[in-house]
Design a protein. Structure first.
Length: 160
């Protein structure tokens, strides 16, 4: 079941993000990796900045999370994570399609350039990698991330 997150879900969202982000250790450039991957303060800042999380629940337990953020002319998918114990069961796909159904705007997704599994997942669901020039422009316009992260990331788009 997919549900909109509430403040009571904050702790579980935090746990899932940091559990699932372990897959990025060794993939994310060493100078960008830190423990935990996302601090509670960073998570709260994301929520305060308009990221609305949705949860995938089984037996009343949250096992997957994905955020959506309206940026005016586009919608961003943010922080898509499934608990390591629940991967490869279609949870990410269900969350992605649910969030896409909430907007009529083009959808953009940013991820690390070396996260080949994440890129393949989004491409499988109809997203395309944008050009280097588009990526640079989009990451600067729609995300608030450091220059090093811009350098080592890609953007995928729902529109051609």
């Amino acid at each position: 079941m997919i549900t909109s997150s509430t403040q009571q879900d904050f702790g579980r969202i935090y746990e899932i993000i940091n559990d699932a982000a372990a897959a990025y250790k060794g993939i994310i450039p060493e100078d960008c990796w830190h423990e935990p991957y996302m601090s509670e303060r960073e998570l709260q800042d994301q929520i305060d900045d308009g990221v609305k999380f949705w949860n995938y629940k089984e037996d009343d337990e949250i096992i997957g999370v994905m955020g959506i953020q309206d940026k005016g002319d586009v919608t961003l998918i943010r922080h898509a994570y499934v608990s390591t114990s629940a991967r490869n069961r279609g949870i990410g796909t269900k969350l992605l399609f649910h969030l896409i159904s909430l907007t009529t705007k083009p959808v953009l997704i940013g991820t690390w350039a070396d996260a080949t599994w994440a890129i393949a997942f989004y491409k499988k669901h109809g997203f395309r990698l944008v050009s280097f020039e588009e990526k640079e422009e989009m990451l600067r316009k729609y995300w608030t991330i450091p220059p090093r992260q811009i350098e080592t990331s890609v953007v995928l788009s729902s529109y051609a």
